[in-house]
Design a protein around this ligand. Structure first.
Ligand code: ATP
Length: 134
């Protein structure tokens, strides 16, 4: 069997994943990147998107992340995410409500509207909805 890397995904609220993986794909600030065992160390920030990895049984697992940081070392990759959940744990109705709220906010002309925050909420919701339909 190919050598594995230890994948840890942690948020301020919970431990989401701690597992050996054959390959990990993640949404880096500059685009998606892949990590195999023996990778050169590096640190990057993450975009809102999905982490994919192949577990030791060869099955693909998919996790939503709402940005954060990834540190890759030759034998491990640690992801510190603002929030994250397994694809199967995504509550699509909750994401639809969040999308609705964000769209309403963005369609107003409130002087104190934080556009960046509303857009990020919309991207999180749209990504969750897309992933729950995969
Ligand atoms: P909401 O407004 O519905 O809270 P949000 O994008 O602001 O959405 P986050 O700040 O990303 O939520 O996440 C807060 C917590 O709620 C995290 O633990 C995250 O995993 C969980 N969470 C948020 N939305 C969903 C969802 N649609 N399905 C499952 N868990 C969710």
């Amino acid at each position: 069997m190919a050598e594995t890397v230890k994948l840890e995904i942690v948020t301020p609220e919970k431990y989401v994943v701690s597992e050996d993986a054959q390959i990990v794909m993640a949404p880096g600030e500059l685009g998606e990147f892949g990590i195999l065992s023996g990778h050169t160390p590096f640190l990057t920030s993450l975009q809102i998107g999905k982490i994919r990895y192949q577990d030791t049984g060869g099955k693909e697992q998919v996790i939503f992340v709402s940005g954060g940081f990834a540190e890759a070392l030759p034998d491990r990759i640690t992801i510190l995410a603002e929030s994250a959940e397994l694809q199967d744990d995504i509550d699509v109705e909750r994401a639809k409500s969040a999308l609705n709220r964000a769209e309403k906010r963005l369609s107003t002309f409130e002087s104190n509207l934080d556009i960046g925050r509303a857009k990020a909420a919309m991207t999180r919701a749209m990504t969750r909805i897309r992933m729950s339909g995969m």
